[in-house]
Write a protein that binds this ligand. Sequence first.
Ligand SMILES: Cc1cc2nc3c(=O)[nH]c(=O)nc-3n(C[C@H](O)[C@H](O)[C@H](O)COP(=O)(O)OP(=O)(O)OC[C@H]3O[C@@H](n4cnc5c(N)ncnc54)[C@H](O)[C@@H]3O)c2cc1C
Length: 302
Amino acid sequence: MIVKENFDIKNCTTYKIGGKCKKVYFPQTQSEFVELLKNLNNYIVLGSCSNILFSSKGYSGDIILTTELKQFEIRGTKIYTSCGVKGPLLAQKTAEASLSGFEFMIGFPGSIGGNIYMNAGAHGQCISDNLYQCCLFDRETKEIVYKPKDEMNFGYRNSILKEGRYILLHAEFDLKKAAKEDIENLIKRNLEFRKNVQPTLATPNAGSVFKNPENDSAGRLLDKAGVKSFDFEKVKVWNNHANFIINKGNATSEDVLELMKKMKDEVKKQYTIELVPEILFIGDKTEKEENLWNMLCQKHQK
Ligand SMILES: Cc1cc2nc3c(=O)[nH]c(=O)nc-3n(C[C@H](O)[C@H](O)[C@H](O)COP(=O)(O)OP(=O)(O)OC[C@H]3O[C@@H](n4cnc5c(N)ncnc54)[C@H](O)[C@@H]3O)c2cc1C
């Protein structure tokens, strides 16, 4: 197994922001992964690092990156996939097999583990739609357990994984047979749509910064509040969509948090709506960052 010490995780993240981590493990098989989960105490499991802001201070515990857990199999309409497999690859492979249900994953880099943790979705589809069951590591009993979809507590950008007890090892899906041409057309449409409303990874970002409030869109509110004009030395709000923050070069986690706070404050001032972050803040934090993050997560600050 590849193990890196004192490893700067920055370039593994889509924000290109991060710091030195004491030890980063890259398991290649499920048994290596499970051994680590059984033996390490203070660890964080990450996939494609596309929904996180990693602290520029780094992390003094262990990180397990699932990017080398790439095994998957298509059998009939069933898909068996390790947690590290990337969504766009599965979208392509299932399209080739005339299976519909993963077209939405074509345009963003999330791994299956991250996608299930977040219950990721787009274009009217989400990862839980066609899920059959999950194979999980239980951090309390240190055993492997299976949970069917209806025990995964899925909600908007939410799943049981967010409660912290379970780690996804692999997942089983049951997709629908459909005409290959229709699937490929839907994939094309999804990619075309994204060209205008989402930045590519060439401009470092981590997708939507804030969750949509009930019956509204965070992007719409942020746009109306005028935050597209927020353009600072190292970070800015993306010109085409106000719910994206771009790292202009050497931004730190503090730069992003400060901009998030300004965006949230502006929407609160104009609409009395409190946006809450969709991205997750990971790693060791400075006191200032801890305070900023707590304020960002608060729903009813005075
Ligand atoms: C350009 C761009 C566009 C995007 N568009 C969308 C979109 O349309 N829809 C959408 O929903 N999201 C979107 N995202 C956000 C992001 O890709 C998704 O949230 C994705 O699900 C995150 O997956 P990840 O593997 O990168 O997770 P990471 O960022 O690595 O981790 C996210 C969380 O998942 C946990 N996690 C990861 N793997 C496991 C595991 N095996 N077991 C338990 N917990 C785990 C981590 O601990 C962390 O808390 C976009 C991001 C970018 C950069």
